[in-house]
Design a protein around this ligand. Structure first.
Ligand SMILES: N[C@@H](CCC(=O)N[C@@H](CS)C(=O)NCC(=O)O)C(=O)O
Length: 167
């Protein structure tokens, strides 16, 4: 299962949704998910892609947000629908994950985990740079978590779930 698909799997488990997750690879596409077919489902050739009836989605964060809304009444409550301010705070921490945490963490994952798996030498400069960036982001998470129980406030939401796959 790809890193981005893992987020969706966690979200589905939290909402107790019983369905299988399809990482989107077709025979011949290999691990990359690029290649023939499914171009309407994954226009950038990346996985995951997601279908629910006539709805077709790509981008893991859009998919997890949809699942949290669509299945809000099922399983763990992961989203606030009736309070704009709480929703805005959840969005802030989702953006922090996408724009700050993931930028550094996914580069480290590539350098320290995937490159060695593929026999590609790790670039120590990229590692050093991104360890420093990640450390700053984690410092901000620590400060936030000393003030509130969860990143997005006193209630659990799907904000802390997205970083799991790269952690
Ligand atoms: N922003 C996208 C990123 C998706 C992504 O990076 N997918 C990777 C697997 S985790 C992929 O398909 N890589 C193969 C490629 O780019 O060819 C999302 O969150 O869905």
């Amino acid at each position: 299962m790809s890193v981005a698909s893992y987020n969706i799997d966690v979200m589905k488990r939290e909402n107790e949704i019983a369905s299988t997750i399809d990482d989107g690879a077709l025979p011949g596409e290999g691990l990359s998910g690029r290649g023939r077919g499914l171009s309407d489902l994954k226009p950038f050739g990346q996985v995951p892609a997601f279908e629910d009836g006539d709805l077709k989605l790509f981008e893991s964060r859009a998919i997890t947000k949809y699942i949290a809304h669509e299945y809000a009444e099922k399983g763990t409550q992961l989203i606030v629908t009736n309070d704009s301010k709480k929703m805005a705070i959840i969005t802030v921490w989702l953006e922090v994950e996408a724009q700050q945490y993931d930028q550094a963490a996914s580069k480290l994952l590539w350098e320290l985990h995937f490159k060695p798996l593929f026999g590609i030498p790790t670039d120590p400069k990229v590692v050093e740079e991104n360890e420093s960036k990640l450390s700053s982001v984690l410092g901000i998470y620590e400060k936030r978590l000393s003030e509130t129980k969860y990143l997005a406030g006193e209630c659990f939401s799907f904000s802390p779930l997205n970083p799991i796959s790269t952690t």
